[in-house]
Design a protein around this ligand. Structure first.
Ligand code: NOJ
Length: 569
């Protein structure tokens, strides 16, 4: 039987995501780099994180900020060199911090040699490495309607790009500069296995696998349903959790890690995945992924479409999170609020104007003390907020800009589109890290590639380091608690106050220990319901300020109780 001591390292770990462009710039060109990350390892060690997930830093035309890779085995000069990478790995390992890479294998850049070769001739041996298809019969090739399917891309427009040289289309679920690899072809899968093995030999400790649940497509490529108000069909049914995805993932693990005895982390990004499918990805017996990033909790304030805003409701959020906690009880969860694709949680679910610090802390508490591995996105630890965008010129992200253009072309009022961009754009998560209150927040001595949030004069790492009780110290306390208390790692999860409008409260139980986590996710005062009050009886406060019967706005507490051994008086 497995004991806690044999548990894989990632169960007790907190992973910190670095978006290299925006983390720290060492050479003054305005773009973050690998040497900049290295210079800030002190911060990460002080915080106590166990691993860094690095968003892509490989050579890229940067159509999608590096999620369009043109060489899997190198470092983009803007970020440094392979020597810089090796030095970062060595320094991080010296401090006991592991390195997890982003493996972007659903697609490459259209400037990757594989795609250049594939595109060069219809009979090139690499033609079949991507999804090439003839135009639809009865339509003029290259004109709207001739696309092989009616699928819309995640970044607006058709998911097919026309190649006049060969009179065929290629598939791109994201931008036309991100052609989808054809995983049906075993040579493609082997090439990706080789890439993973190459980085493992360089010392990495795991992979975050980009949109990994989209790699298997239904080869029949059926048209999707066109929803009212939409121009293109929904490709979800044919590409999300496709027919061979589990086979591919089991093969990946076997082929890449087969003979390794050390424990690596495989976390898959899985947009559109539901709980049942997530269980298949993550059940330990199946040996596919260790955990997945699902999207259900970051969709609770969205309507049917990604850009439709819906008011945030605590019961809806709690229902989703509790369902996944219970549903993955024999598997494992990846816990996150933010990443480079999401707006900032304190602006989204918190109260950034009136209770910024308290709401950042309460949200951190309820996330970190669930069962699973928490992922901290750079800046979460100081409660970084959304950027005050004013016009469309303030945006950079391809998804946001395309959405604006297409919506305005379809007749939506520009101001209405801006309202949802301000709230939901990925650019909110990509402003430079706020290190101090100096010029450009200490991110760069040059001109930053994205403007620094003006609130950095108040919200920054240096200021919060000085203040016990700051958001930064709270994150550190939560991370320490996970390392010190087995109940945080292994405990079972039970929801309290399940019908409450504002509370998120739960217990975690392991052996003799019960942890009680209570957070008021509202800007009003809330009395403790009976079941929470009972759970807190006889328990000692381990995080928080007081144990009164009322919770202040956004107040959160953690209490701990140890059951006396049987027979003790
Ligand atoms: C998911 C990544 O997180 C996102 O940033 C990117 O745009 C898409 N995958 C495409 O690679």
């Amino acid at each position: 039987m497995r004991t806690d001591q044999d548990a894989p390292w990632w169960r007790a770990a907190v992973v910190y995501q670095v978006y290299p462009r925006s983390f720290a710039d060492s050479d003054g060109d305005g773009v973050g780099d690998l040497a900049g990350i290295r210079e800030h390892l002190d911060h990460l060690e002080w915080l106590g994180v166990d691993a860094l997930w690095l968003s892509p830093f490989q050579p890229s035309p940067m159509d999608d900020n590096g999620y369009d890779i043109s060489d899997y085995r190198a470092v983009d000069p803007i970020y440094g060199t392979l020597d810089d990478f090796d030095a970062l790995v060595a320094d991080a390992h010296d401090r006991g911090i592991r390195i997890v890479l982003d493996l972007v294998a659903n697609h490459t850049s259209d400037e990757h040699p594989w795609f250049r070769q594939s595109r060069s001739a219809s009979d090139h041996p690499r033609r079949d490495w991507y999804w090439w298809r003839r135009p639809r019969d009865g339509h003029v090739p290259g004109q709207h309607g001739a696309e092989p399917t009616n699928w819309g891309s995640f970044f607006s427009g058709s998911a097919w790009a026309w190649d006049p040289t060969s009179d065929e289309y290629y598939l791109h679920l994201f931008s036309p500069k991100q052609p989808d690899l054809n995983w049906e072809n075993p040579a493609v899968r082997q090439a990706i296995h080789d890439v993973a093995r190459w980085w493992l030999r360089r010392g990495v400790d795991g992979f975050r696998m980009d949109v990994i649940n989209l790699v298997s497509k239904d080869p029949a490529l059926p048209d999707g349903v066109v929803r009212p108000g939409e121009e293109y069909g929904d490709l979800g049914r044919s590409v999300v959790d496709g027919p061979r995805v589990h086979e591919y993932l089991a093969e990946f693990r076997r082929e890449v890690f087969g003979d390794r005895t050390d424990v690596v982390l495989l976390v898959g990004e899985a947009p559109g995945t539901g709980l049942e499918e997530a269980r298949r990805y993550t059940h330990p017996d199946r040996r596919e992924l260790d955990m997945v990033f699902h999207f259900e909790h970051v969709n609770v304030d969205r309507g049917e479409f990604k850009w439709d805003l819906r008011p945030f409701s605590v019961p809806a959020l709690r229902r989703v999170l509790a369902t996944w906690q219970v549903g993955l009880a024999d598997c494992w969860n990846a816990l996150y609020w933010d990443n480079h694709d999401q707006p900032r949680v304190v602006s989204r679910f918190g109260d950034v104007t009136r209770f910024r610090d308290a709401s950042a802390k309460a949200l951190a508490t309820v996330l970190h003390l669930q069962r699973g591995t928490p992922f901290v996105f750079q800046g979460d630890e100081i409660g970084m907020a959304n950027y005050p965008f004013t016009t469309i010129e303030d945006f950079d992200d391809i998804e946001s800009v395309n959405h604006y253009r297409r919506s305005v072309a379809l007749g939506v009022a520009p101001e209405d589109v801006l309202v949802s961009l301000r709230a939901m754009s990925r650019d909110n998560g990509r402003t430079p890290m706020q290190w101090d209150d100096g010029p450009q927040a200490g991110f760069t001595r040059g001109r930053p590639w994205r403007p620094v949030n003006p609130d950095h004069v108040d919200v920054n790492v240096a200021a919060q380091r000085e203040v016990p009780g700051s958001v930064l110290h709270h994150y550190r306390d939560l991370i320490r608690l996970r390392h010190e208390e087995p109940v945080v790692v292994e405990g079972t999860f039970s929801l309290l106050a399940a019908e409450h409008d504002h509370l998120f409260a739960f217990t975690r139980e392991h052996g003799d220990t019960t942890l009680v986590v209570v957070a008021n996710l509202s800007s009003g005062r809330v009395g403790l319901p009976d079941d929470v009050r009972e759970a807190c009886e006889g328990a000692a406060l381990v995080l928080g300020e007081r144990a009164a019967g009322v919770l202040d706005p956004w107040e959160s507490r953690v209490l701990r109780r140890t059951r006396a051994p049987e027979g003790a008086t």
